[in-house]
Ligand binder design. Structure first.
Ligand code: MAN
Length: 521
């Protein structure tokens, strides 16, 4: 080849390289911040660009020229010139090696790296040069996703196992409820019977007590009448005139001493020469023959009974050995003493009987009350909503605690939640988000907040391989929000969603890398 030809060829090649480099730069410039799906509209070979709202057509040179031409801001996808305008889609970060994202236009070339590939900062005009951290981020994201997927898979297995165990639990509670209702019916009858018996025993005791009381009053009256000085009545304590001046010559012995039977000045009721033992036997035999009757009768008291004969004369009429009138006051006091000894035991036996019956009734009543409380609990358990397909039924009766900041929180699904001893409310419902299927336990009507609402807690359930109260915050005063980790929030759908998400991540990372290398060309 001749020299001029060679030179011409070099020149042409050189011009071509320069031209191509310029064209690439130009294309990158026009497509800066544009998602691949819209690349066809942002092509440097086009002469014009039509704004998104189709209101204006501008020259392609005016795209990304730092001046906002379209009302909707669509002509400046790669600068901040149209920030906040119209349908600001934001700057599209390709994020080669990671996941593509968008950042608001206002953050483009502001000196802060927002896209992991640093494409929002072009390194010119005072903006910074950013390192590409997308690969690192994507790896971290992938690891996180893998961990979540493993946890969800274990959680889902555990949920399925628990669901098998929990199947029929509601039916079991129903059977328990029915059996308890029957038992309560029987118990109620027994309690009624025991109540009747207790009331009867108490009425009997009252009756006897009143009778005894009436008797006692009568005796008191009689006694006080008896003790009162009475000119007409014989004086108990005075020597019996009849006895002492009975005109009975036989009353004196031959020595002129009184006979054994009477001694002047002695109590007319006593038998002369009678030993204490003999007197005791005699009095006792009188009681026995008189049974209950107190010796206040005229006969026993020696009151005027129409028989004018002197006492010892009357005594003579009966059994001369046994029937000797004794001192009425002594007899009466002994009787009173005996009566006091006997009477309480009778009353006490009745009182003890009544109190035993009352105790039996009270004990049975308490048992019935406990059974009714249990029945209320069972009915509530049977009627409660445990989420779709009773998925949360196994959490019934369980409580979870966690120290978070300065408080120890506790939450019992289907029970109560507390912040230390402060009640945050009772679990009134399971809310299910129609779109995502995620569940939230709502605790309401907790302790009143000073100058605020009564406390409440919304506990979002998140899939995990264990039950754990993960967090509780107070986004608004006395309105608490928390997260509860549980296998019962896991599902086969969730596991397959996570698997899809992981596959999608891998796909997106690969695609972003491909896009990046294509843009490089
Ligand atoms: C306590 C706690 C707090 C709450 C205040 C409201 O200190 O229950 O969470 O905000 O009371 O007075």
């Amino acid at each position: 080849m001749r020299r001029p030809h060679v030179l011409a060829l070099v020149l042409v090649l050189g011009l071509t390289v320069v031209h191509t480099a310029r064209a690439d730069a130009r294309r990158r410039h026009v497509r800066r911040g544009v998602a691949p799906i819209d690349h066809h509209r942002f092509t440097e070979t086009h002469t014009t660009f039509q704004c998104d709202d189709a209101s204006t057509v501008i020259s392609i040179d005016r795209v990304n020229d730092e001046y906002c031409d379209c009302v909707d801001g669509s002509d400046e996808p790669g600068t901040s010139a149209c920030a906040g305008r119209g349908n600001d889609r934001g700057f599209y970060c390709v994020n080669a090696g990671g996941v593509a994202t968008r950042v608001p236009a206002s953050r483009v070339d502001d000196g802060v790296c927002d896209c992991c590939d640093g494409s929002d900062e072009d390194g010119e005009m005072g903006s910074v040069k950013c390192a590409n951290t997308c690969g690192e981020e994507a790896r971290a994201r992938r690891e996180g996703l893998m961990k979540t997927l493993r946890e969800a898979t274990r959680g889902e297995r555990r949920r399925a196992k628990e669901a098998d165990k929990a199947r029929g639990r509601r039916e079991e509670w129903k059977r328990e409820r029915d059996a308890l209702e029957e038992k309560i019916g029987e118990k109620r009858k027994r309690v009624d019977k025991l109540l009747r018996e207790a009331e009867e025993a108490e009425a009997e005791e009252r009756k006897i007590r009143e009778e005894e009381e009436a008797k006692r009053r009568t005796l008191e009256e009689m006694k006080s009448n008896d003790d009162a000085p009475n000119d007409d009545a014989p004086n108990d304590d005075a020597p019996n005139a009849a006895a002492t001046t009975n005109g009975n010559d036989e009353g004196d012995d031959e020595n002129g001493r009184p006979t054994e039977e009477t001694t002047a000045g002695e109590d007319a009721g006593e038998i002369i020469g009678e030993t204490d033992e003999e007197r005791g036997k005699r009095i006792a035999s009188q009681w026995i023959s008189n049974d209950d009757a107190p010796p206040e009768s005229a006969e026993e008291t020696g009151e005027d009974d129409g028989n004018d004969a002197p006492i010892d004369a009357r005594v003579d009429e009966g059994d001369a050995d046994d029937v000797v009138s004794s001192g009425r006051s002594k007899l009466r006091s002994m009787f009173d003493r005996a009566r006091r000894l006997l009477k309480p035991s009778r009353d006490e036996a009745l009182a003890a009987q009544a109190s035993k019956r009352r105790d039996a009734h009270d004990a049975a009543r308490r048992e019935l009350d406990d059974m009714n409380d249990k029945l209320d609990e069972l009915r509530a358990k049977v009627d409660r909503d445990y989420g779709p397909d009773d998925v949360l039924i196994s959490l019934s009766g369980q409580c979870f605690e966690q120290k978070i900041d300065k408080y120890t929180y506790s939450a019992c699904p289907f029970g109560e939640a507390k912040q230390d001893d402060v009640r945050l409310g009772k679990n009134v419902a399971v809310r299910v988000d129609d779109a995502t299927g995620s569940m939230t336990l709502k605790f309401e009507n907790g302790e009143g907040c000073w100058n605020g609402p009564s406390r409440s807690l919304a506990l979002a359930l998140e899939c995990s391989d264990e039950n754990r109260l993960a967090s509780i915050e107070e986004p608004s005063r006395c309105e608490y929000a928390g997260v509860f980790h549980t296998p019962f929030a896991c599902s086969p759908t969730m596991v397959s969603n996570l698997e899809n998400e992981l596959a999608e991540l891998d796909r997106v990372v690969a695609a972003a890398s491909r896009d990046a290398s294509r843009d490089e060309l």
